[in-house]
Design a protein around this ligand. Structure first.
Ligand SMILES: [Zn+2]
Length: 175
């Protein structure tokens, strides 16, 4: 049995209309996705599944936190998340998907939603994530350490800052 099997909606057995599903996403969940940038988390997923004859409409409410590295002080911190996402599933001769619609073969009996939940969580992580996203403060010792290391690097190699400009200057003069 696939470890993510319990994220499968048994659509063919459902009557038409709305159905509610609850899922729990724990750290183990992320290990099933190769190269996942997220490794740890604890989130609750509430899925409203609307089965209609012409399409399925899925509404996800995902709430919890993931562990991620602060881009400023490099320390691991807990990033709170509250995600609302919608997904439309329509029927086609071939399986494919675009930005807003997933197409499955007509008569498809089941739909596993683990991958969609995984993608929604990853999309919700900001490009630059710092402790301030969690309403917390960076580790001051870590900031001090990083700053001193930066300064030390500059002292050791003072030309590194201007090398690009020097190269450009050289280029100009050669012409
Ligand atoms: Zn920080």
């Amino acid at each position: 049995m696939d470890a993510l099997d319990h994220f499968t909606i048994p659509v063919s057995g459902l009557r038409m209309g709305h159905h509610t599903f609850n899922f729990s996403v724990q750290s183990e969940f992320f290990s099933h996705f190769e190269g996942s940038p997220l490794k740890r988390g604890d989130l609750a997923v509430l899925l409203d599944f609307d089965k209609r004859s012409d399409m399925w409409e899925l509404h996800f409410h995902i709430r919890g936190q993931v562990s991620t590295q602060c881009d400023r002080c490099l320390e691991e911190f807990s990033l709170p998340m509250e995600i609302e996402e919608q997904l439309l599933v329509k029927f086609a001769e071939e399986e494919w998907e675009d930005d807003t619609v997933v197409y499955v073969l007509a008569g498809t009996p089941r739909l596993n939603v683990a991958r969609f939940i995984y993608e929604f969580i990853n999309l919700a992580v900001p490009m630059v994530k710092t402790h301030s996203n969690a309403g917390a403060l960076c580790n001051p010792e870590m900031l001090k350490f990083l700053r001193s290391r930066e300064e030390a690097e500059r002292d050791e190699n003072p030309e590194s800052q201007s090398s690009v400009w020097d190269a450009l200057k050289g280029f100009k003069f050669d012409n």
